[in-house]
Ligand binder design. Structure first.
Ligand SMILES: Nc1ncnc2c1ncn2[C@@H]1O[C@H](COP(=O)(O)OP(=O)(O)OP(=O)(O)O)[C@@H](O)[C@H]1O
Ligand SMILES: [Zn+2]
Length: 700
């Protein structure tokens, strides 16, 4: 008998370490999947290594008798060292247990299988892959698919990539510059060398279109996707194909960064700036950052693509003298076909109000010149996109008599009025009620919507543009499975003249007939307390604008309209010139002088409790603990504050920011702090419902 260390799914918060020792008849290699007893249950585990000499307590005869591994799943090849190292790194960096990180990266179905069931699934997979291979072979016989001739910029970028050592690169390419073609060619090179390629996209809704493009280009290859929209059976099958090395291409959302890929040869992170790459619960990892780490350690190139890179990546790809030099910077400033970027028109709402009267804007949100521009598109049979980042009909209902407003009883937020199903819905806790007929406070029947969301905008546009086919795409219109794909297809097919949408449609889509994009209400983000808000707004508007004029023939008359009360704002000035670089430079200068990321490193400690006092008391005590730790002088601990939305579903939320100028300094502190925090949360005086540490938080 030997002793093995086995990873099981226990959070680091729990008293047990998530690496437990078990007895086994053989020293199975690290990465082997096993089933082990845990309490009264039997759970899935991963062999982490051989246990070292029995601990002294055991020698004294005091230690509990070790339990034995129940089963070993030998049909599955062990995870590679590269994968295990990724897990170990992610766990230590994000302050979680390796067991939790490893096991939560597996498809849920896999964790439930015993050896017999697994064998059955593998047999089924074999059959499915054999059928797929037949289809692929037939497709391959039909000839190789056509590839477009590369643009000079694409060629240049690919030449650099082919030459250099495997290294992370930032592909800074304008919207419509053909970044996808670069990914396709890089993938082709890697596949030809017998390796696997991993391509990450920020949102599920971008996977089908990308999958279609890869499938068209590589008809003979096995392509699978990994995201939360799959059925458990599909997810297991796709995951197994990747793990067994049968899939050549894996496309997926952030979770796919943990895909097990024995022949990994390339990682692409498309729209690398997108906040969706950050997981917001459990192990709060950044899939982009992990992709870079994984690439480095498995010695494969990582390609981060964006027209509006995150300031972190931009900085990392900047000159080494200025603190960058970590990524290679590759640029593709021109659009395919030489099309121009759309002209940006900033509409001064104050002037519109002076010219047309304030009522003009109160009645509907579109400045008359913008309406004319929309009508022009209609007459020419071109499409327009009107962007409004707020779903529902109106964000608040109010009573004109007594001033009642549709507050959520459980959250510090308004309930949103949805006219289609006549409900009031809280977008935070989900509570949904029928709209009251009269004011719940005073009984007055005159309750009115305040402000506007996409539903109302859609209604108003249909009124203002008789005969136009107005469509809407947002999280509400796309709730049913498959409906988003359907709605997008109808936009692509030209069945919609004016599309109203949230940020969901602002990125990634290659709408060919769109010549106008309008943002009717963008200002809010200019004055947010989150220092990343301007960066987000800039990239949202630039990405949205990038949907216009993608067909070079139409590019000349493509426009982006932005309605604002602050036309002189520097952000809009940079946008008008399509000048990401100037914008980034000014933001980085601001961040540097304020000592904010990427010039410092942060972690956010969050606490949830029944009362605000309890949440804050926990954080206060936590701050005292941290201040007593060695190295605390080098770390800045901000005072605890309520979260931006301080109450959700009757739970009070507070947070505390911790900051250091060096990553190592910060992490040294966090590693010592965590055990202390565990103790704190179990003491009666400082007990909270939940607490969590968010390393490199992206919203504060
Ligand atoms: N070398 C090429 N020759 C002809 N057409 C091309 C070439 N490369 C790309 N295209 C086409 O140009 C269009 C824009 O390319 P793509 O969608 O990759 O842009 P992108 O850089 O990803 O833009 P975005 O950042 O807006 O998503 C697509 O329709 C694509 O098929
Ligand atoms: Zn609520």
């Amino acid at each position: 008998m030997c002793r093995l260390r086995v990873l099981v799914d226990l959070p680091r918060h729990s008293r047990l370490d998530a690496v437990l020792d078990y007895l086994a008849p053989e020293p199975w290699p690290a990465g082997t999947l096993v089933r082990v007893p845990l309490g009264k249950r039997e759970v899935c585990g991963i062999v982490w290594g051989m246990a070292e000499t029995p601990d002294p307590a055991e020698a004294d005869g005091e230690a509990p008798v070790l339990r034995s591994v129940v089963q070993v799943l030998t049909d599955l090849p062990p995870f590679t060292h590269g994968w295990l190292r990724l897990v170990a790194f992610a766990a230590s960096y994000y302050q979680r247990s390796p067991g939790e990180v490893a096991l939560s990266a597996l498809p849920p179905d896999l964790r439930d299988l015993d050896a017999v069931q697994l064998a059955r699934r593998l047999k089924r997979l074999d059959k499915a892959l054999a059928t797929a291979a037949k289809v692929a072979n037939a497709a391959a016989q039909a000839g190789t698919p056509e590839r477009p001739a590369l643009s000079p910029e694409q060629q240049q970028v690919l030449d650099v990539l082919a030459d250099g050592p495997p290294q992370p690169s930032l592909l800074f390419g304008a919207t419509g510059s053909g970044k996808t073609e670069v990914y396709l060619r890089e993938a082709e090179r890697v596949l030809a060398a017998g390796r696997q390629a991993l391509v990450l996209v920020p949102e599920i809704n971008l996977t089908p279109q990308l999958e279609a493009r890869f499938a068209e280009r590589f008809p003979a290859r096995c392509i699978v996707s990994l995201h939360s929209g799959l059925t458990p059976a599909q997810r297991l099958q796709h995951w197994l194909s990747a793990h067994l090395g049968r899939a050549d291409l894996v496309l997926g959302t952030r979770m796919a960064v943990f895909a097990s890929l024995p022949r990994l040869g390339l990682i692409v992170v498309d729209e690398e700036h997108d906040p969706s790459y950050k997981q917001q619960e459990g192990a709060r990892y950044s899939a982009r950052d992990l992709a870079v780490w994984r690439g480095r350690h498995e010695q494969v190139p990582v390609l981060l693509g964006s027209a509006t890179p995150s300031l972190e990546s931009w900085y990392n790809a900047g000159p080494a003298e200025a603190g960058g030099g970590r990524y290679r910077r590759l640029v593709m400033p021109s659009r395919i076909g030489g099309g121009a970027l759309p002209a940006v028109r900033v509409v001064d709402l104050a002037r519109i109000a002076a010219q047309f009267g304030k009522q003009a804007l109160r009645a509907h949100p579109l400045a008359p010149p913008l309406l004319d521009a929309l009508r022009e598109r209609l007459d020419r049979g071109e499409q327009s996109l009107v962007l409004l980042n707020r779903r529902g009909y109106a964000p608040v209902l109010h009573c004109t008599n007594c001033g009642w407003k549709s507050a959520c009883p459980h959250c510090s937020a308004w309930r949103v009025f949805h006219k289609l199903d006549r409900t009031l819905r809280c977008h935070h806790c989900g509570i949904t009620e029928r709209v009251p007929r009269a004011c719940p406070d005073c009984g007055d029947p005159d309750i009115q919507p305040m402000g506007r969301g996409t539903e109302r905008l859609e209604e108003q546009l249909a009124d203002l543009l008789p005969g136009a086919r107005v469509g809407r795409i947002d999280a509400d219109s796309t709730r049913a499975k498959g409906s988003l794909a359907e709605q997008l297809a109808s936009v692509h097919a030209g069945e919609v003249d004016v599309l109203v949408g949230t940020q969901m449609v602002a990125k990634g889509h290659d709408f060919r007939r769109m010549t106008l994009v309008a943002a009717v209400q963008a200002d809010a983000a200019l004055f947010s307390s989150d220092f990343r808000a301007p960066e987000r707004l800039f990239s949202l508007l630039m990405q949205a604008g990038g949907r216009a004029g993608r067909d070079a023939a139409l590019a000349g008359r493509s426009e982006v309209w932005i309605q604002t009360w602050h036309p002189e704002h520097a952000l809009y000035a940079a946008l008008r010139r399509h000048d990401y670089e100037a914008f980034a430079a000014s933001q980085l200068a601001e961040r540097e002088s304020a000592g904010m990321p990427p010039f410092s490193f942060q972690a956010l400690l969050r606490a949830d409790a029944r009362t605000p006092e309890a949440a804050l008391a926990f954080l206060d005590a936590a701050a005292l603990q941290a201040q007593a730790l060695p190295g605390a002088q080098e770390v800045l601990i901000y005072p605890p504050v309520p979260a931006p939305i301080h109450r959700i579903a009757d739970v009070e939320r507070a947070q505390m920011l911790v900051e250091a100028s060096g990553r190592v300094t910060l992490h040294r502190l966090l590693a010592q702090w965590l055990p202390a925090l565990q103790g704190l949360s179990s003491e009666p005086a400082t007990r909270v419902l939940r607490w969590a540490l968010d390393v490199d938080p992206i919203s504060i």
